[in-house]
Each structure stands twice: as C-alpha cells, then as structure tokens.
Design a protein around this ligand. Structure first.
Ligand SMILES: [Zn+2]
Length: 225
C-alpha cells in the first residue's frame, strides 16, 4: 500500500511492538516471510538482479482521529496500524506484509526517489503485489489470499465507507485503487509462476503446481490461459 507515503510517517507515531497477542501474531507471519525472502534472494542474484537488502523492522503505528486501516513501507521499515490486522486473516496479512516487503526491496534495489521494479516494471503497486504473492506463497500461505485481501479492501473502502475519503487522500495512484486490475495482474503472475518454468516468477517460487493440487497452491488447470 503506501509506498510513497514517506512524508506521512511524520504524522504517524511509530510504537514499538509491545508483547501482546496482536504483536506476536504479526511477528510470527513476518518471520515466515523473511525466511521466504532469504530463500528467494539468491535466486534473484542468479538471474542478475540485486539481492534483497537487510530485513526491515516492523512497527505498529497509530494515527489519532483517523481510521486505523493502513500499512506502508519506508526504506528499512514497515509500519502498520492495528485496525488492518482486525479485518484480515493470517494468510491475507502475509500477502500484505509481502507487498510491503516488495516496496522495501524496490527501495533497496533503487532509491526511495526512484524505486526499481522487477516483476511488474510498469507499475509500482503491481510489482509490490507480485512480491506479496510470491513471498506469501513461498512461506506456505494461501495463494488465493491475495484475492481475499483485495476483495475485502474493495468492500471496506467502498464509497459508503468512512475510510473511503482517507483512502483517496493518501493513495493517489490508479495502481492502488484499481482492485480488479490488481487481481488480473496477480492471476497472470500465478500463471507464469506455475506454467512458464523459465520465467522469473517460476524460478523464484520453484513451485511444482502440477504436482501440488492442494487448496493453498495455484490450480490453474481449468482456466483459459
Ligand atoms: Zn503499496
């Protein structure tokens, strides 16, 4: 989500992750994603891309008087409000955290002013979505949770939602707003990760989709792709 919201960090008060159930839940998901990133990183290097940088810190943050439904990344850190954790399952949170890790990687591979996109060169958010998908699936989370996450966002941030105005104010790119487009991009990515064995997504994921027909793995056999 808030990839280029560095200035917003000024208005948010980062809080250290206290020892509570919410923080523990978040850290457990984050640890699995970092392990997946450490597995994917050398594969990136093999394909001529920069390795992932040092693992970012993860912080809970609050914004007084505003809807607590935000997550964003700055170089070296991911910040998240508690509200977003209440709405989403662990699988969905894994996609979101992976998305934010993707932004951190973009900053590492490029600069905050000129991030580098690897998986979706045309769009910052679609590239971050691709990282969210690959990292969460690599970590063993539900491959379809990206759809659930974006679907819930579209529902929660609809025109009737109190969060809608804040969403428009803080996310000014069509990449953020176009839920259906993001889902389409992710479906294409899943296809490449499963079917195009020489593609970068397939190389990074190394997932035998034909052999794995469990509910948590992309099963695209019936789709007209
Ligand atoms: Zn983003």
């Amino acid at each position: 989500m808030g990839s280029h919201l560095i200035s917003l960090a000024i208005f948010f008060a980062p809080l250290a992750l206290a020892a509570d159930a919410t923080a523990d839940r978040l850290q457990a998901i984050f640890a699995r994603l970092l392990a997946a990133a450490s597995d994917i990183s050398p594969r990136l290097v093999e394909k001529g891309h920069p390795a992932f940088g040092p693992a970012p810190t993860l912080q809970l943050a609050s914004r007084v008087g505003q809807v607590n439904y935000l997550a964003w990344a700055v170089p070296g850190a991911i910040l998240m409000t508690r509200g977003i954790l209440e709405l989403h399952t662990d699988d969905e949170m894994a996609f979101l955290l992976g998305h934010e890790l993707g932004h951190v990687y973009q900053y590492h591979a490029g600069t905050p002013e000129k991030p580098r996109y690897i998986l979706a060169p045309e769009n910052l958010e679609h590239d971050a979505d691709a990282w969210g998908f690959l990292l969460s699936v690599k970590a063993g989370y539900d491959a379809y949770a990206a759809g659930a996450f974006l679907g819930k966002q579209a529902f929660a941030l609809g025109q009737a939602s109190l969060a809608h105005q804040q969403w428009l104010e803080t996310h000014d790119t069509t990449g953020h707003r176009s839920f259906n487009t993001r889902l389409t991009e992710l479906l294409i990515l899943a296809h490449r990760a499963c079917r195009e064995t020489e593609s970068l997504p397939a190389r990074l994921l190394d997932l035998d989709c034909a052999a794995r027909r469990d509910a948590r793995t992309p099963n695209l056999s019936g789709l007209p792709l």
